[in-house]
Structure formats: structure tokens, C-alpha cells
Design a protein around this ligand. Structure first.
Ligand code: GN1
Ligand code: MG
Length: 356
């Protein structure tokens, strides 16, 4: 693959100098492009997962232009903007059938895998609360559902059961304990979908991949913007709340091999919740507040079963760096889930109190 010709398809300023791979994200492949005048983000879109690139690009265009319309002009280089191709398209299809898109590169920004201090945690809470607020008046029509049933946990449970039945690679004996534990909890993991079906909590436009690694921070630990908008679609606030806690407040990373390092940092959780409550108190409903901790439990559980199903299916979905990577990731989520369940009532009381 000739990356230079791909870069040249886009409206870049200056002459191309070099590119670096950015190793974050398990789905798309991301590069930093450096030219004589500027830097850019180039992404190869995983079209096995995102099958309709037109709809995906239309969603991202609508989200980014809406956010831009709400951002002061002098800060417009601090938010995500699509760089069009020379043919004014939102993505480029290469000769080999691969799909590419480009964004502005935001200078002096960094991503963080697990949070280091309460200031970052509070900022993270505010950032997702603001994201929900700003998208609450995204003009109609609704965004395309590019990945249907994305956080439909009962559906994910069925997918795990199918993977268990197929046992394609005879790995079942290695994960008997994990399967037994996760399936024993399945009935209580339907709760958010049930609340939604009963119309007790509303569908809103949310990020759906609200992990801390999808946030750009500046050097002062303040949030610049939220990135990785592919999954932004209709869903419940609790999903984003849960995903942010699952990733940002885990004392270990998603791929930690030493399970003893995994736990939920309650102080960071409190700071995060304070930030989220500040930014959301004007629009969130009482039932939604009560559902936030269900999101923490259910999204952590769901992530465990997604990693486990992928492990059993021979790693067809998530990028892996070594053979047992998805199993290690599963164990981290299970361990975190156990800690969350242990502290659930205390955390829930704190959430409710934060809105009073
Ligand atoms: C994937 O692309 P990335 O790494 O930000 C996944 C999320 C998972 C996450 C696990 C489209 O996100 O749902 O939570 O990995 N995205 C998709 O860390 O499946
Ligand atoms: Mg993603």
C-alpha cells in the first residue's frame, strides 16, 4: 500500500514529510501525517465492521459541523474537522478497496489510558455531560444506526452463547470459570434495555464508545475534545457513563496481565460523577440518574463478554498483539466487574446524592 498517494488524495497544506502510526483503538488504523505546513490524522476505516462508509461519514460530518456551530471561532482548530479529498468527498476509496479519511491534527494534545488524578476525572465527566448536551439538539433526522444493536446486552449474550456452542477452536476448557461466572449474571444485565423498552428512560444521541482513550487532553489535563465518533448514535446515557468509568477509573489498563492491579478507584469515580452531574443536571431525568450505575455494571459486563466471544471466535473483531490477548482483556473486565459489584450500593448512593 502506497500511503503517499493516499495522502495526496486529500486537501493537505504543504509537502508530505513523514507519517507515524498511532497505536490506539482496536478497530481502525490511525496515522499522524506531517507535512511542511501542518499535521493531520489519517485513518484506514475498518470496513469489515463499518460496512456502510457513506452513512458513517455522513454521521460524522453532521456531528462535527454541529459541534463546530456551537464552538467559538477562535477555538475551532481545537475540535475535530473532516479534511475533504481533492474531489470534495468525505473519504477516499483506494485502488485496493480500502477506505480512508482525514481529520485535522490537534496540536499539544495527548490521550491517557487510565486517569491519574481527580482533576482529569472531573473533566472527563464534564466532557461527556457536555457532549450529551450539545447533541441533544442535533437537527433532525436521527443519525444512521451504523452498528445496529451496538449496546444491546441481551443480544451480546446471545452472541457469546453462539460462540460457546460453536467452540470453533476448542478453547472452551480454558475459559470454563469465566463462562460460568458471566452467564450466571446474565439475567440482571437486561435492566437498561428493559427500562428503555418500558420508556422509562429516553433514547438520546450518545457516543457509545466513551472510553477515556477517546478523549484529547491538553498538557494541563483539561479536555480539548472527544474523538472517535464512529459509534455516536441513539442510546442511553448510562452507556456512556458506564464506559467512561469502566476505562477511566480502572487502576489498570484494559490489557493488564497482572490481575491484582485491577480495581475501581472510588475517589476518581466520585470526581468523575461530580463533573458529569454538573454538566447534565439541566437535562437528565430522575429515572436516568437512577440508571447511571446500571450502565457501569452492564457496560463492564458487556465488554467482558465481547472480548470473550472474540477470543472463542479466534479474534476476528478486535486487533490483538498476541494469542491470548482477548482472554487477558476478558479477565481484566471480570475482575473490574467484581469490584464494581462489591461497591455498587455505595457508588449508586453517591450518584444519587450528586444530583441533590
Ligand atoms: C473498540 O475502536 P476503539 O478501540 O476505540 C470498540 C468499543 C470497545 C473498545 C474496547 C466499534 O473501540 O466498543 O468498547 O474497543 N469499538 C467498536 O476498548 O466496536
Ligand atoms: Mg472506536
Amino acid at each position: 500500500m502506497d500511503i503517499t498517494s493516499i495522502i495526496q488524495a486529500f486537501k493537505i497544506k504543504g509537502d508530505f514529510i513523514t507519517h507515524e502510526i498511532i497505536n490506539s483503538g482496536y478497530i481502525n488504523t490511525t496515522y499522524k501525517i506531517i507535512t511542511s505546513k501542518d499535521c493531520y490524522i489519517l485513518q484506514k476505516i475498518n470496513n469489515h465492521i463499518f460496512k456502510d462508509i457513506d452513512k458513517l461519514s455522513e454521521n460524522i460530518f453532521r456531528i462535527t459541523t454541529h459541534i463546530q456551530s456551537r464552538t467559538p471561532k477562535d477555538k475551532s482548530d481545537r475540535i475535530l474537522t473532516i479534511i475533504l479529498t481533492k474531489k470534495d468527498k468525505r473519504y477516499y476509496k483506494n485502488k485496493d478497496g480500502s477506505f480512508w479519511r482525514m481529520f485535522n491534527y490537534i496540536n499539544n494534545s495527548k490521550t491517557i489510558e487510565t486517569l491519574n488524578n481527580e482533576k482529569q476525572a472531573e473533566s472527563l465527566g464534564k466532557a461527556f455531560g457536555n457532549y450529551h448536551q450539545v447533541l441533544s439538539d442535533l437537527p433532525q433526522p436521527k443519525l444512521f444506526e451504523v452498528l445496529p444493536n451496538f449496546h444491546n446486552t441481551p443480544n451480546r449474550i446471545e452472541q457469546l452463547k453462539k460462540a460457546i456452542q460453536q467452540n470453533q477452536n476448542n478453547k472452551l476448557s480454558k475459559v470454563k470459570d469465566e463462562i460460568e461466572y458471566l452467564l450466571s449474571l446474565a439475567p440482571e444485565m437486561h435492566e437498561i434495555i428493559l427500562l428503555g423498552n418500558q420508556e422509562k428512560i429516553p433514547l438520546r444521541t450518545i457516543h457509545q464508545d466513551a472510553k477515556v482513550g477517546n478523549i484529547l487532553f491538553n498538557q494541563n489535563n483539561e479536555i480539548i475534545c472527544i474523538i472517535d465518533l464512529d459509534t455516536t448514535m441513539s442510546g442511553y446515557l448510562a452507556y456512556d457513563f458506564g464506559d467512561a468509568v469502566r476505562t477511566g477509573m480502572n487502576t489498570a489498563s484494559e490489557g493488564e496481565k497482572n490481575i491484582a492491579k485491577v480495581s475501581l478507584d472510588i475517589n476518581l469515580f466520585k470526581a468523575f460523577t461530580k463533573g458529569y452531574a454538573k454538566a447534565s443536571r439541566n437535562f437528565i431525568t430522575h429515572e436516568e440518574i437512577k440508571s447511571l450505575m446500571l450502565g457501569v455494571k452492564i457496560i463492564t459486563y458487556e465488554q467482558a463478554i465481547r472480548f470473550l466471544a472474540d477470543y472463542l471466535n479466534n479474534d476476528i473483531y478486535y486487533k490483538i498483539e498476541y494469542q491470548e490477548h482477548n482472554l487477558v482483556r476478558t479477565k481484566v473486565q471480570i475482575s473490574l466487574l467484581k469490584d464494581i459489584l462489591k461497591n455498587f450500593n455505595q457508588m449508586n448512593d453517591f450518584v444519587i446524592a450528586s444530583y441533590q
